[in-house]
Design a protein around this ligand. Sequence first.
Ligand code: SF4
Length: 344
Amino acid sequence: MKTKVINNDLNDWIDYIFDRTDTDFSELDKYVSKSYEEYAKAKNLKVPNPQKIRAGKIGGHPLESITTDLYLGCLPASSVCYGNCNAAKLSFLSGFDFGIKVENILDKEVFIKDLKNIPSTQGFLTNGWNSDPSWNWEKAFEMAKLIRKSGRLPILMTKVYKFPSEEMMQKFANIKAEIRVSVSAFDKKEQLRQRFDFIHHYRNCGGIAIPMLISTYFKRGNLNRKQDKIVEYISEKDILGAENSLRFDKFSPVSKMVDLDKCRRIESTKDYWCGRIFSEELKVPITTTLPPYYLGMQNPYMSKNEEKFLNSLWYENVYTHEEVIANAELLNNPTIDSDSAKLA
Ligand code: SF4
């Protein structure tokens, strides 16, 4: 296998993960740009007004564990992640342009009051479920600091569109923020390199960085191989890893690249879903599966977290691929990470 990983550094691994055929993204780009085509052409989309950043159910969120994003909006219609972002879909359907980022307001007084009203049993709060905190690391840090001051673990979910400075990473590590980074076999070379580069830098600063593989079974063998190699890299480098199985609307153009025979449909949404493929390797649960009292991992290195501790983090079951396939008909709602809900 690793004959191509000559020096065992990130660049060699990225070359190994991307064999020559993986450099062709024309099919993916075509389907992604088709996904929200009508909105890319629409002339009458509105720009939303900024909102105050709130936390938990008192702040109008469906879960105690989430906060308002730093921005309304994220990527333009033609380049929404995997052509399959729920936050984008909802925004466009409500008549707003998801491609225009509107900065929300961090009113510290309001935010701290919300934090005080969240049950003390809620140990963590997550930001980055309808946009990406990397658009503004400084503000993300200000918010994370307030969460930490409330005695809770701040979790950020990002695709690292902007790379933070070394100093900023150290500041996040000092307040023990957990940063989860979505990676996928759909990632282009530079994107994947940047995301893993961030993971290594953050871990070197003492921070907990967790790549979350957005997984599925692809029709193209090379995408499945690339996905396997990403998992191989995570395991080889002793990185903490999580997995979120991608859900697809059957009308999503990108679903043409997915092996739908290996998927089943979810009862509530009728989306296609294939369950967890890498349950042996990617042992960290997605955030919606964590127990509310979760306060963070034991160690930034996978092997230094006790098996018993890892098992205790699975507050809710998430079906494995085998369980999904064994369930011949529609599935009841599986637990799905907010980042995939925005698919996110
Ligand atoms: S999936 Fe996340 S990063 Fe991608 S467009 Fe949606 S909100 Fe932005």
